[in-house]
Design a protein around this ligand. Sequence first.
Ligand code: CP
Length: 319
Amino acid sequence: MKNNTADKIVWAKKDLLGLEYLSREEIEVILYTAQSFKEVTTRQIKKVPALRGKTVVNLFYEPSTRTRASFELAAKRLSADVINIEVEASSVKKGETLIDTGRNIEALKIDIIVVRHNCSGAPNILARSVKSSVVNAGDGWHEHPTQALLDMFTLKSKLGHIEGLRVSIIGDIAHSRVARSNIWGMTKLVAEVTVCAPPMLIPEGIEKMGVKVTSDLDEALKNTDAINVLRMQFERDTQKAFPTKLEYFKQYGITDQRLKKCKKDIVVMHPGPINRGIEMSSDVADGANSVILEQVTNGIAVRMAVLYLVAHAKREIVA
Ligand code: CP
Protein backbone atom coordinates (compact mmCIF):
# COMPACT_ATOMS: atom_id res chain seq x y z
CA MET A 1 0.00 0.00 0.00
CA LYS A 2 2.96 2.28 -0.75
CA ASN A 3 1.82 5.74 -1.66
CA ASN A 4 4.07 8.63 -2.55
CA THR A 5 1.68 11.32 -1.30
CA ALA A 6 1.69 9.57 2.08
CA ASP A 7 5.48 9.32 2.38
CA LYS A 8 5.97 12.67 4.06
CA ILE A 9 3.15 14.93 5.14
CA VAL A 10 2.18 17.23 7.92
CA TRP A 11 -1.06 15.99 9.49
CA ALA A 12 -2.71 19.19 10.68
CA LYS A 13 -6.19 18.18 11.86
CA LYS A 14 -6.79 17.79 15.59
CA ASP A 15 -10.18 16.11 14.92
CA LEU A 16 -11.67 13.53 12.60
CA LEU A 17 -15.27 14.62 12.07
CA GLY A 18 -16.09 13.26 8.64
CA LEU A 19 -14.64 12.35 5.27
CA GLU A 20 -16.40 15.35 3.76
CA TYR A 21 -13.73 17.49 5.43
CA LEU A 22 -10.69 15.46 4.28
CA SER A 23 -8.75 15.67 1.04
CA ARG A 24 -7.88 12.63 -1.05
CA GLU A 25 -4.29 12.90 0.23
CA GLU A 26 -5.41 12.95 3.87
CA ILE A 27 -7.56 9.84 3.34
CA GLU A 28 -4.61 8.12 1.68
CA VAL A 29 -2.38 9.03 4.62
CA ILE A 30 -4.80 7.40 7.06
CA LEU A 31 -4.96 4.23 4.92
CA TYR A 32 -1.17 4.20 4.57
CA THR A 33 -0.64 4.68 8.32
CA ALA A 34 -3.22 1.94 9.02
CA GLN A 35 -1.18 -0.46 6.89
CA SER A 36 1.79 -0.04 9.27
CA PHE A 37 -0.44 -0.59 12.29
CA LYS A 38 -2.00 -3.66 10.65
CA GLU A 39 1.45 -5.22 10.77
CA VAL A 40 1.61 -4.43 14.52
CA THR A 41 -1.69 -6.24 15.09
CA THR A 42 -0.23 -9.45 13.63
CA ARG A 43 2.80 -9.50 15.98
CA GLN A 44 2.94 -11.75 19.01
CA ILE A 45 3.09 -8.65 21.20
CA LYS A 46 0.47 -6.43 19.59
CA LYS A 47 1.45 -3.22 21.30
CA VAL A 48 3.50 -0.10 20.49
CA PRO A 49 4.23 2.90 22.74
CA ALA A 50 2.96 5.51 20.23
CA LEU A 51 0.32 6.98 22.61
CA ARG A 52 1.97 6.21 25.95
CA GLY A 53 0.95 8.91 28.45
CA LYS A 54 -2.14 9.90 26.42
CA THR A 55 -5.71 9.24 27.53
CA VAL A 56 -8.65 8.37 25.28
CA VAL A 57 -12.30 8.57 26.36
CA ASN A 58 -15.05 6.61 24.64
CA LEU A 59 -18.28 8.62 24.97
CA PHE A 60 -21.08 6.66 23.31
CA TYR A 61 -24.64 8.03 23.44
CA GLU A 62 -25.84 5.17 21.19
CA PRO A 63 -25.31 1.41 21.38
CA SER A 64 -22.26 -0.10 19.67
CA THR A 65 -20.41 -3.39 19.61
CA ARG A 66 -17.78 -3.14 16.86
CA THR A 67 -16.85 0.55 16.93
CA ARG A 68 -16.55 0.90 20.68
CA ALA A 69 -14.60 -2.31 21.24
CA SER A 70 -12.35 -1.53 18.31
CA PHE A 71 -11.55 2.04 19.46
CA GLU A 72 -10.78 0.71 22.94
CA LEU A 73 -8.53 -1.99 21.55
CA ALA A 74 -6.86 0.47 19.16
CA ALA A 75 -6.09 2.89 22.00
CA LYS A 76 -4.76 0.08 24.22
CA ARG A 77 -2.55 -1.27 21.41
CA LEU A 78 -1.05 2.23 21.17
CA SER A 79 -0.41 2.10 24.96
CA ALA A 80 -2.90 4.89 25.74
CA ASP A 81 -5.02 4.86 28.89
CA VAL A 82 -8.72 4.35 28.07
CA ILE A 83 -11.89 5.35 29.89
CA ASN A 84 -15.34 4.22 28.75
CA ILE A 85 -18.12 6.53 29.93
CA GLU A 86 -21.44 4.75 30.23
CA VAL A 87 -23.82 7.49 29.14
CA GLU A 88 -26.79 5.67 30.67
CA ALA A 89 -25.03 5.77 34.06
CA SER A 90 -23.54 9.25 33.66
CA SER A 91 -24.58 12.81 34.54
CA VAL A 92 -26.06 13.08 31.03
CA LYS A 93 -29.08 11.41 32.67
CA LYS A 94 -29.28 14.40 35.05
CA GLY A 95 -29.49 16.77 32.09
CA GLU A 96 -25.84 17.69 31.55
CA THR A 97 -25.27 19.10 28.07
CA LEU A 98 -22.86 17.62 25.55
CA ILE A 99 -20.61 20.68 25.79
CA ASP A 100 -20.52 20.59 29.61
CA THR A 101 -19.80 16.86 29.51
CA GLY A 102 -16.99 17.49 27.01
CA ARG A 103 -15.47 20.33 29.05
CA ASN A 104 -15.58 18.27 32.24
CA ILE A 105 -13.95 15.34 30.50
CA GLU A 106 -11.29 17.71 29.22
CA ALA A 107 -10.72 19.00 32.76
CA LEU A 108 -9.62 15.44 33.55
CA LYS A 109 -6.72 16.04 31.08
CA ILE A 110 -8.07 13.79 28.35
CA ASP A 111 -6.32 13.93 24.98
CA ILE A 112 -8.88 12.35 22.64
CA ILE A 113 -12.68 12.07 22.93
CA VAL A 114 -14.25 9.39 20.71
CA VAL A 115 -17.93 10.23 20.45
CA ARG A 116 -20.99 8.51 19.02
CA HIS A 117 -24.21 10.50 19.14
CA ASN A 118 -27.72 10.19 17.72
CA CYS A 119 -27.62 13.87 16.73
CA SER A 120 -26.02 14.71 13.37
CA GLY A 121 -23.27 17.28 13.95
CA ALA A 122 -22.78 16.57 17.68
CA PRO A 123 -19.04 15.77 17.22
CA ASN A 124 -18.60 19.07 15.32
CA ILE A 125 -20.16 20.99 18.24
CA LEU A 126 -17.95 19.15 20.72
CA ALA A 127 -14.80 19.75 18.64
CA ARG A 128 -15.46 23.51 18.67
CA SER A 129 -15.90 23.47 22.45
CA VAL A 130 -12.82 21.54 23.60
CA LYS A 131 -9.10 21.58 22.89
CA SER A 132 -8.92 17.77 23.08
CA SER A 133 -9.08 15.91 19.78
CA VAL A 134 -12.57 14.69 18.84
CA VAL A 135 -13.12 11.60 16.71
CA ASN A 136 -16.55 10.95 15.26
CA ALA A 137 -17.64 7.35 15.91
CA GLY A 138 -20.97 7.90 14.11
CA ASP A 139 -23.38 10.85 14.38
CA GLY A 140 -27.05 10.54 13.47
CA TRP A 141 -27.50 10.23 9.71
CA HIS A 142 -24.42 12.36 9.05
CA GLU A 143 -21.12 10.44 8.98
CA HIS A 144 -19.32 7.37 10.30
CA PRO A 145 -15.86 8.19 8.99
CA THR A 146 -13.85 5.37 10.56
CA GLN A 147 -16.35 2.81 9.19
CA ALA A 148 -15.85 4.12 5.65
CA LEU A 149 -12.08 4.21 6.17
CA LEU A 150 -12.04 0.57 7.25
CA ASP A 151 -14.31 -0.33 4.32
CA MET A 152 -11.85 1.34 1.92
CA PHE A 153 -8.87 -0.23 3.68
CA THR A 154 -10.47 -3.69 3.34
CA LEU A 155 -11.34 -3.12 -0.32
CA LYS A 156 -7.83 -1.89 -1.09
CA SER A 157 -6.33 -4.89 0.73
CA LYS A 158 -8.52 -7.23 -1.34
CA LEU A 159 -8.36 -5.62 -4.78
CA GLY A 160 -5.13 -3.56 -4.59
CA HIS A 161 -6.66 -0.16 -5.37
CA ILE A 162 -9.80 1.94 -5.05
CA GLU A 163 -9.47 4.19 -8.11
CA GLY A 164 -11.59 2.94 -10.98
CA LEU A 165 -13.46 0.33 -8.93
CA ARG A 166 -17.20 0.02 -9.31
CA VAL A 167 -18.78 -0.03 -5.87
CA SER A 168 -22.52 -0.33 -5.20
CA ILE A 169 -23.96 0.73 -1.85
CA ILE A 170 -27.24 -1.09 -1.33
CA GLY A 171 -30.03 -0.55 1.20
CA ASP A 172 -31.19 2.15 3.54
CA ILE A 173 -29.25 5.06 2.02
CA ALA A 174 -31.60 7.68 3.52
CA HIS A 175 -30.77 6.98 7.16
CA SER A 176 -27.20 5.83 6.69
CA ARG A 177 -24.17 7.67 7.99
CA VAL A 178 -22.11 4.76 6.65
CA ALA A 179 -23.43 5.47 3.13
CA ARG A 180 -22.57 9.17 3.38
CA SER A 181 -19.03 8.58 4.61
CA ASN A 182 -18.49 5.86 1.99
CA ILE A 183 -19.72 8.17 -0.76
CA TRP A 184 -17.42 11.01 0.36
CA GLY A 185 -14.44 8.68 0.72
CA MET A 186 -14.86 6.44 -2.32
CA THR A 187 -15.59 9.31 -4.71
CA LYS A 188 -12.54 11.23 -3.43
CA LEU A 189 -10.47 8.12 -4.18
CA VAL A 190 -12.13 8.06 -7.64
CA ALA A 191 -14.23 4.91 -7.37
CA GLU A 192 -17.40 4.76 -9.48
CA VAL A 193 -20.15 4.63 -6.85
CA THR A 194 -23.77 3.54 -7.38
CA VAL A 195 -26.40 3.74 -4.67
CA CYS A 196 -29.36 1.37 -4.80
CA ALA A 197 -32.45 1.42 -2.58
CA PRO A 198 -36.24 1.48 -2.70
CA PRO A 199 -37.28 4.98 -3.88
CA MET A 200 -38.40 6.02 -0.36
CA LEU A 201 -34.93 5.26 1.00
CA ILE A 202 -33.03 7.39 -1.54
CA PRO A 203 -32.47 10.95 -0.25
CA GLU A 204 -33.37 13.72 -2.67
CA GLY A 205 -30.35 15.20 -4.45
CA ILE A 206 -27.96 12.36 -3.55
CA GLU A 207 -26.73 12.31 -7.18
CA LYS A 208 -25.10 15.70 -6.49
CA MET A 209 -22.56 13.77 -4.40
CA GLY A 210 -21.25 12.23 -7.64
CA VAL A 211 -23.01 8.86 -7.49
CA LYS A 212 -25.26 6.94 -9.86
CA VAL A 213 -28.71 6.23 -8.42
CA THR A 214 -30.97 3.26 -9.08
CA SER A 215 -33.77 1.30 -7.44
CA ASP A 216 -33.02 -1.72 -9.63
CA LEU A 217 -30.83 -4.20 -7.73
CA ASP A 218 -29.85 -6.13 -10.88
CA GLU A 219 -28.53 -2.91 -12.40
CA ALA A 220 -26.55 -2.14 -9.22
CA LEU A 221 -25.02 -5.63 -9.19
CA LYS A 222 -24.13 -5.80 -12.88
CA ASN A 223 -20.34 -5.59 -13.43
CA THR A 224 -19.75 -4.21 -9.93
CA ASP A 225 -16.46 -5.02 -8.17
CA ALA A 226 -17.82 -4.66 -4.65
CA ILE A 227 -21.06 -4.19 -2.80
CA ASN A 228 -21.52 -2.54 0.57
CA VAL A 229 -24.85 -3.74 1.93
CA LEU A 230 -26.44 -1.53 4.58
CA ARG A 231 -28.49 -2.48 7.60
CA MET A 232 -32.19 -1.71 7.51
CA GLN A 233 -32.47 0.71 10.44
CA PHE A 234 -35.78 -0.38 11.91
CA GLU A 235 -35.17 1.84 14.95
CA ARG A 236 -35.39 4.82 12.58
CA ASP A 237 -38.85 3.94 11.13
CA THR A 238 -37.35 2.39 8.01
CA GLN A 239 -40.11 -0.21 7.83
CA LYS A 240 -42.51 2.53 6.70
CA ALA A 241 -40.57 2.66 3.42
CA PHE A 242 -41.37 -0.97 2.57
CA PRO A 243 -44.52 -3.11 3.09
CA THR A 244 -42.85 -6.07 4.86
CA LYS A 245 -39.36 -7.36 5.65
CA LEU A 246 -40.01 -10.40 3.46
CA GLU A 247 -40.84 -8.21 0.47
CA TYR A 248 -37.70 -6.17 1.08
CA PHE A 249 -35.62 -9.36 1.13
CA LYS A 250 -37.25 -10.61 -2.08
CA GLN A 251 -36.51 -7.37 -3.92
CA TYR A 252 -33.27 -6.13 -2.33
CA GLY A 253 -31.85 -9.01 -0.31
CA ILE A 254 -28.47 -10.33 -1.48
CA THR A 255 -28.67 -14.09 -2.02
CA ASP A 256 -26.35 -16.74 -3.43
CA GLN A 257 -28.57 -16.91 -6.51
CA ARG A 258 -28.08 -13.19 -7.14
CA LEU A 259 -24.33 -13.37 -6.49
CA LYS A 260 -24.00 -16.10 -9.15
CA LYS A 261 -24.93 -13.47 -11.76
CA CYS A 262 -22.22 -11.07 -10.49
CA LYS A 263 -18.46 -10.93 -11.08
CA LYS A 264 -16.94 -14.12 -9.67
CA ASP A 265 -14.66 -12.23 -7.27
CA ILE A 266 -17.17 -9.60 -6.16
CA VAL A 267 -16.33 -8.33 -2.67
CA VAL A 268 -19.28 -8.37 -0.25
CA MET A 269 -19.13 -5.89 2.63
CA HIS A 270 -21.55 -5.00 5.42
CA PRO A 271 -20.80 -2.61 8.30
CA GLY A 272 -22.81 -4.73 10.76
CA PRO A 273 -24.86 -5.54 12.63
CA ILE A 274 -26.49 -7.72 9.94
CA ASN A 275 -30.20 -8.46 9.80
CA ARG A 276 -29.81 -11.96 8.35
CA GLY A 277 -32.59 -12.86 5.92
CA ILE A 278 -33.44 -9.19 5.35
CA GLU A 279 -30.40 -7.46 3.79
CA MET A 280 -28.64 -10.67 2.88
CA SER A 281 -28.92 -14.42 3.34
CA SER A 282 -26.62 -16.27 5.73
CA ASP A 283 -25.08 -18.06 2.70
CA VAL A 284 -23.81 -14.71 1.49
CA ALA A 285 -22.89 -13.27 4.90
CA ASP A 286 -20.75 -16.31 5.69
CA GLY A 287 -19.78 -17.14 2.09
CA ALA A 288 -16.51 -16.98 0.14
CA ASN A 289 -17.05 -13.45 -1.18
CA SER A 290 -17.82 -11.96 2.23
CA VAL A 291 -15.16 -9.83 3.95
CA ILE A 292 -17.45 -8.77 6.78
CA LEU A 293 -15.28 -10.11 9.60
CA GLU A 294 -12.11 -8.84 7.89
CA GLN A 295 -13.72 -5.38 7.99
CA VAL A 296 -14.07 -5.72 11.75
CA THR A 297 -10.45 -6.84 12.17
CA ASN A 298 -9.19 -4.02 9.94
CA GLY A 299 -11.13 -1.54 12.05
CA ILE A 300 -8.49 -1.84 14.77
CA ALA A 301 -5.58 -0.81 12.51
CA VAL A 302 -7.60 1.98 10.91
CA ARG A 303 -8.63 3.38 14.30
CA MET A 304 -5.05 3.08 15.59
CA ALA A 305 -4.04 5.22 12.60
CA VAL A 306 -6.74 7.82 13.29
CA LEU A 307 -5.92 8.06 17.02
CA TYR A 308 -2.20 8.31 16.25
CA LEU A 309 -2.62 11.02 13.61
CA VAL A 310 -4.99 13.26 15.57
CA ALA A 311 -2.82 12.90 18.69
CA HIS A 312 0.23 14.02 16.67
CA ALA A 313 -1.56 16.74 14.70
CA LYS A 314 0.72 19.45 13.29
CA ARG A 315 3.81 17.26 13.61
CA GLU A 316 5.60 15.94 10.57
CA ILE A 317 4.84 12.28 9.97
CA VAL A 318 7.66 10.54 8.16
CA ALA A 319 6.57 7.17 6.78
N1 CP B 1 -20.61 -0.78 12.15
C1 CP B 1 -20.90 -0.28 13.37
O1 CP B 1 -20.85 0.94 13.58
O2 CP B 1 -21.22 -1.22 14.29
P1 CP B 1 -21.52 -0.90 15.83
O3 CP B 1 -22.81 -0.12 15.87
O4 CP B 1 -21.63 -2.24 16.49
O5 CP B 1 -20.39 -0.08 16.35
